[in-house]
Ligand binder design. Sequence first.
Ligand code: IPE
Ligand code: IPE
Ligand code: MG
Ligand code: MG
Length: 266
Amino acid sequence: VTASWDFGVLKELALVEQKIRESLVSEEPLLTDIATYVIAAGGKRIRPTVTLLSFKALSGKDIRQAVDLAAALELIHSATLIHDDINDGGDMRRGRPAAYKKFGLQNALVTGDFLFVKAFGIGGKFDPDIVEITANACAALAEGEIRQKRHAFDTSVTKDEYVDIIRRKTALPIMAGAKIAGLLAGARLEDVDAVGDYGLHLGIAFQIVDDILDIIGDGARLGKPSGTDVKEGNVTLPVIHALNNGNQIDKAELARILQKPVKESG
Ligand code: IPE
Ligand code: IPE
Ligand code: MG
Ligand code: MG
């Protein structure tokens, strides 16, 4: 794994990796190959880390269930990345050509679906409330993506609308991992809510940072191209800030760059 920090869950993260690897086995080797290509490329493993930390913070005892859930969440995340690159036209991911670039659009699409199903194979074994939280997080993610597309090239998008989008597409799934960890730890409801809030706020901050890095970050270090958001008309917080607070020249230039392309599909 490429997680380069140690928050005290490295041992558990190794178990998550093992669980993920086991779940990628398929009678169709191409599916395993594509899935492994994406997952073995690394990634920061933020979602499993938040889940495991929340579990430990609430004195959870048997880590195995938290490990399984963390693996499921990372599988869901990897599935969304494969699909997201198709949607965004992102050509690099985790330092490698995006899956759809390397294996073709159809194979990449199906591999994303494969990962979602594998995640639910793991997550579906849990109590109905946990399954529901996970399913709602996936639905929120889809809603966030749809709202983002609806607002594409919309230079009047407000900060509140932006936060609503990133809350759904990024923060609620991270919050879900934290809350599930709390439930698995057998914590009191108020403590489950507290780690949920932690996940929610971390998720929002995380996406804001990602959106800033899309403007000022170095693609080689990020492992994915920067500049994708503006190109796709995804009006993110730094752009909203510039549109509202920049000087006239900057505002006009931004509005020009964010003009809807004439041939816009969808
Ligand atoms: C990418 O997620 C999508 C966002 C929510 C910004 P990550 O930045 O967690 O991607 P990996 O897993 O580390 O590659
Ligand atoms: C993350 O947003 C979307 C998902 C939650 C899948 P981005 O589109 O900003 O993610 P990157 O920058 O391509 O990783
Ligand atoms: Mg993207
Ligand atoms: Mg981004």
